[in-house]
Design a protein around this ligand. Structure first.
Ligand code: DGL
Length: 260
C-alpha cells in the first residue's frame, strides 16, 4: 500500500518533496488536479465533489493513507469525506488534512496573535479559526485572503509577486504568519524577508507530523510498502505544467496524465 498526496494543482509537490526527503522509504502517489485548478474560489460542494473524485483515484491506486495537501480541500472537504465518504467506501483507509497539524505546530510555539494567509475559500470556511478555537482558544486569529498569489505562481508570474504580497501583508497586526496554502511554500523566503515575525510554512511542518502519525499508528504503517517508488499524476499536462512541477518539486520529475 502507498501514501497518496492530493493537491488541486502543483503546489502540493513542494510538500511532497519535503515528505519524501523526511520519509524516503515509502511508496508515494501524487495527484494534482491541474485540469481544474484553482479550487480556492469555488463552492464547498464543488470542492467536496472534486476531492471525492481524487480520493476515488488514489484509493483505487492502493493508497492506505491520503494526505489532502491542499488547504482548500482540507478546509472544505476533509470533515465530510472522513465522516461520510470513508466509512461508506474505504473504512480501513485514512484521509489526513494539513490544517490540524499546522495549527498544532503554531499553537505549540505559544503564538498569541496569528495571521493566516490563504485562498478565499479557505478563509470563507473559517477552518483555521475553528481549529485555533479548538486547540488554542486564547490565540487571536486574523484570516487574510490572497487570491492573486496562486494564479501568479501557477502562471510563471513570480516576478510580479512582490507588490501583490506586500499589499496582502499590509496592515496585518500579528506576530506570527501562517502560510495556509500549498503554493505559498514556494515564496516563503520572500515572505520571510517582508514579515517581521515568525512564518510557518507547511513544507516544514507536515513531514514531521506524518512521521509522528505513522509511529502512532502501526496498524496503518505496517501496511505500507517500502520500496521508495514515487509516481506523479496530473489531470492535465502541458509543457508549462511540467516546468512548474520541476520548480515546485525542486528537481526533475516525470508527470503522467490520468483521468479521475
Ligand atoms: N492548493 C490550494 C490550497 O492549498 C491552492 C490552489 C487552489 O486555489 O486550488 O489552498
Amino acid at each position: 500500500m502507498k501514501i497518496g498526496v492530493f493537491d488541486s494543482g502543483l503546489g502540493g509537490l513542494a510538500i511532497t518533496r519535503a515528505i519524501i526527503d523526511r520519509l524516503p522509504e515509502y511508496d508515494y502517489i501524487y495527484l494534482g488536479d491541474t485540469k481544474r485548478v484553482p479550487y480556492g474560489n469555488r463552492s464547498q460542494e464543488t470542492i467536496h465533489d472534486f476531492t471525492a473524485e481524487a480520493l476515488n483515484f488514489l484509493f483505487a491506486a492502493d493508497c492506505q493513507i491520503v494526505i489532502l495537501a491542499c488547504n482548500t480541500a482540507s478546509a472544505e472537504a476533509l470533515r465530510k469525506t472522513q465522516q461520510e465518504y470513508l466509512p461508506a467506501k474505504y473504512p480501513s483507509r485514512r484521509i489526513l488534512g494539513v490544517i490540524i497539524p499546522t495549527v498544532e505546530a503554531v499553537a505549540a510555539s505559544g503564538a498569541q496573535n496569528v495571521a493566516v494567509l490563504a485562498t478565499q475559500s479557505t478563509v470563507d470556511s473559517r477552518a483555521y479559526w475553528y481549529e485555533f478555537e479548538r486547540q488554542s482558544p486564547a490565540t487571536a486569529v486574523t484570516n487574510r485572503p490572497a487570491p492573486l498569489l496562486v494564479p501568479l505562481i501557477e502562471n510563471d508570474g513570480l516576478r510580479y509577486i512582490d507588490p501583490v504580497l506586500g499589499d496582502y501583508l499590509q496592515g496585518l497586526d500579528a506576530e506570527t504568519l501562517v502560510l495556509g496554502c500549498t503554493h505559498y511554500s514556494l515564496i516563503k523566503d520572500l515572505v520571510r524577508e517582508k514579515w517581521k515575525g515568525s512564518v510557518f510554512s507547511q513544507d516544514e511542518i507536515v513531514p514531521d507530523k506524518l512521521a509522528n502519525y505513522l509511529k502512532r499508528h502501526p496498524e496503518h504503517e505496517s501496511l505500507l510498502e517500502k520500496s521508495g517508488r514515487y509516481e506523479f499524476n496530473v489531470t492535465d499536462l502541458t509543457p508549462g505544467y511540467q516546468k512548474l512541477a520541476t520548480q515546485m518539486f525542486g528537481s526533475e520529475l516525470v508527470l503522467r496524465k490520468v483521468e479521475t
